[in-house]
Write a protein that binds this ligand. Sequence first.
Ligand SMILES: CC(C)(COP(=O)(O)OP(=O)(O)OC[C@H]1O[C@@H](n2cnc3c(N)ncnc32)[C@H](O)[C@@H]1OP(=O)(O)O)[C@@H](O)C(=O)NCCC(=O)NCCS
Length: 275
Amino acid sequence: MTWGIGVLTVDDLPGCLALAQDRGWPAEDGKWRLLFELGTVFGARNTRGELVGTAVLTRYGNSLSVLSMVLVAARHGGQGLGRRLVTHALAGARTRTVALFATESGRPLYEKLGFTAVEALHTYIGTISGHPEPRSRPALPEDITAIRALDAAIVGAPREALLQRLFLFATQLQVLQHDNDIVGYGAVWRNLDQLMIGPVLATDRHAAATLIGDLASGADGSVRVDLLDHDCRLREWVQDAGATLRSSTTLMISGSPSLPGDRSRWYSPMMQALG
Ligand SMILES: CC(C)(COP(=O)(O)OP(=O)(O)OC[C@H]1O[C@@H](n2cnc3c(N)ncnc32)[C@H](O)[C@@H]1OP(=O)(O)O)[C@@H](O)C(=O)NCCC(=O)NCCS
């Protein structure tokens, strides 16, 4: 089978949404639009010109890229297209490390391409009750420098475009301040009918829990938060506060033995597609 692989534009969004639905994924219009802005969306077309595969690569400087939205139309599955798409996207990465969150169905393909599992990411959904009085405050435009510095120290890569965009993309962006220092930031954004908490990056678990509690209380209803496996006490707290474990994916990397930055303070990605 021959496919042509190239870079898509936002005009291809309807084809991407149709492909996602072909694989039982929701048609996440806002998320794809953000990925078209921040990343490179690769697409594969069959000989009839139909979009039958996608892969998105988002680069953060020279140290980290995140691969996402690896999708192959069911009728083209098992014919080598997933491998070709991922190989094509990785060739343009030019970063020391490439990370992704793998579904069970994607994991064998990534393992064959040399990715190794780092840890699980768990999805919790529910009404989370935080402190009655918020301890964090809405982020102000002038907080961007401190947010950037904290994010770069934890993620180990510059994410200016993503952080700048978060101010408009998020329905709430909160910072937690101790004395003059920002010790954590977190956001809530809307994905179709689900409010999503993420990212949550903070200097310690208590700061992360405070941010999650404040963001959930502000959301006033059911929220989803994806938490990395490494802090089991934070995950227990989220469950005690009212959320239920729904599913898990696996953080995988290639190119280097570990992620850049300080993973112990990275509690929740903005979304699995962006890290
Ligand atoms: C995952 C997905 C992209 C794979 O695409 P594909 O075109 O069917 O994969 P390929 O045919 O290129 O397979 C590549 C290799 O992975 C292996 N592989 C792929 N899926 C596998 C599976 N479920 N179990 C075992 N091996 C698998 C193939 O055997 C093949 O090995 P080879 O190259 O040594 O022969 C496709 O199944 C899909 O779109 N799934 C739904 C969406 C999804 O979950 N995406 C992953 C997001 S993280």
